[in-house]
Write a protein that binds this ligand. Structure first.
Ligand code: EPZ
Length: 421
């Protein structure tokens, strides 16, 4: 398994361009199941998870080509309606094919995603919504089998918990349903809005995306997606903001969307980070010493759970104690044990992490456990004294495009050690 070798202490300076959003690309790729023809998606990041979703689509019979950020997906002929365990177990977002497959074929078979490092991650809300729309759900051999005979029926659905992929899955399932489907307590994330915009450009009738009530009126068919460009990745943006903040850096972050990162900007400013909007992007200037600040993760537009680990790395070297509360996932503190190995002082009490800032972190061999935990280790390693080796960085490759090249271009001392087979 590849490792990253990072020598801390450099102040990062320069410009970085943000890639397309992983969590927008994945549902958009699944949405191509809803049409017969050749779809084009632009600004697609080169990531492991995008490759995995491409493999899932190929399993269904699609022809998928990726070239230089552009995905061509031909779903004219789909021969399968099964998302297999071998792929779903490596990426739970494969479950996003469930809604589109049921909408297109009237049935689908998707492996239960199983848990992951950050939590059980059930899909009960996805399934109960499909049941309300008239589908029969059975579990067999670790697979969810959904059958709605011919077509789903529009329903009024209230999500008891805000679920991003649940909102996306049911929005896609409803595009051919008979009548109107109303989603209450829907997710407000920008990736949901990007998906709704893309579906409407294919001929769907969706209103309310970006609010907590989304309405979908069933139509007969959708035409292929015609060169939709994916929104920038707000979590990659936040990660590079953290990298500049922690290294007393001065970095211009280009090709991002300020309206997608307001909560991150607000929180970072509270820690003494200077953030200025410029014509080409946002400039992030790290202070000599970060000021401690508390944070509680919540659904968009509040501070995102996907930035909790990176923020904790920043607070590990701040001038006081910060209370961090993770409210979305039950086990999203896997990065704490690794940060402790670098000299951080953090106690976990139930869902709360008390982070006592230390003068200096020390480089050490550490291990990535999940995507954003590995990002927090990169943030910490860039300010730690000496050398850090981060193992299992395939977690990082799931969600960050060429991260070591982007950091090196900012003056960071980082090298990828390729695993010799
Ligand atoms: C999406 O995951 C993102 N992934 C996650 O990003 C992100 O952390 C998460 O939303 C929260 O913002 C993609 O978009 C591909 P949820 P998702 O359904 O949709 C519970 C990353 O790092 N829940 O919004 O799976 C669930 O357990 C990844 O890029 C149920 O109980 O998250 C969690 O506690 C990590 N039953 C809460 O809801 C369900 O049926 C929110 O989960 C569905 C969810």
């Amino acid at each position: 398994m590849d490792k990253l070798l990072i020598k801390g202490g450099k102040q990062l300076k320069g410009e970085v361009s943000i890639s397309g959003a992983k969590n927008a690309a994945l549902p958009l790729m699944a949405a191509t199941i809803l049409c017969k023809g050749k779809s084009v998606i632009k600004n697609v990041p080169k990531l492991r998870d995008v490759n995995t979703m491409a493999e899932v689509l190929k399993t269904l019979g699609a022809v998928v080509e990726y070239n230089n950020g552009i995905l061509n997906i031909d779903t004219t002929v789909l021969t399968e309606a099964v998302a297999p365990y071998e792929l779903v177990k490596t990426m739970r977002a494969s479950v996003l094919t469930l809604g589109p497959m049921v909408a297109r074929f009237g049935h689908a078979k998707v492996s239960m995603p199983g848990g992951c490092a950050i939590g059980a991650r059930p899909i009960n809300l996805h399934l109960s919504a499909l049941e309300k729309m008239g589908a029969d759900i059975t579990l067999d051999g670790g697979y969810v089998i959904v059958d709605c005979c011919k077509v789903l029926t529009g329903a009024h659905i209230l999500f008891e918990t805000v679920t991003v992929t649940g909102t996306e899955n049911i929005m896609m399932a409803a595009v051919f349903a008979e009548g109107k489907t109303i989603l209450e307590n829907a997710a407000l994330e920008p990736e949901v809005v990007d998906l709704a915009n893309a579906l409407n450009s294919m001929g769907a009738q969706i209103t309310g995306a970006g609010t907590s009530t989304i309405e979908i009126t069933g139509v007969d068919e959708l035409k292929p997606l015609d060169s939709h460009s994916i929104i920038p990745d707000r979590i990659e943006t936040g990660t590079f903001m953290a990298i500049s903040a922690i290294t007393q850096g001065n970095v211009l972050i280009k090709r991002t969307r300020v309206d997608h990162i307001m909560a991150i900007i607000e929180k970072f400013r509270q820690t003494g980070v200077i953030i200025e909007e410029e014509p080409d992007g946002i400039r992030v200037i790290g202070p000599e010493k970060l000021t401690s600040s508390n944070v509680k993760t919540n659904p968009f537009p509040s501070f995102p759970t996907d930035m909790q680990a990176q923020f904790m790395a920043m607070m590990a070297v701040s001038n006081g104690t910060s209370i961090i509360q993770e409210t979305i996932f039950e086990n999203r503190y896997m990065h704490v044990a690794e940060l402790l190995r670098m000299g951080a002082k953090i106690e976990i009490v139930d869902t709360i992490a008390n982070v006592h800032g230390v003068k200096q972190l020390k480089g050490a061999p550490v291990m990535a456990t999940d995507l954003r935990a590995s990002a927090s280790l990169v943030v910490a390693a860039l300010v730690a004294e000496g050398e850090t080796i981060i193992d299992r960085i395939y977690h990082l490759d799931r969600g960050y495009e060429r991260i070591e090249e982007k950091i090196a271009a900012l003056g960071g001392d980082v090298k990828r050690i390729k695993y010799k087979k």
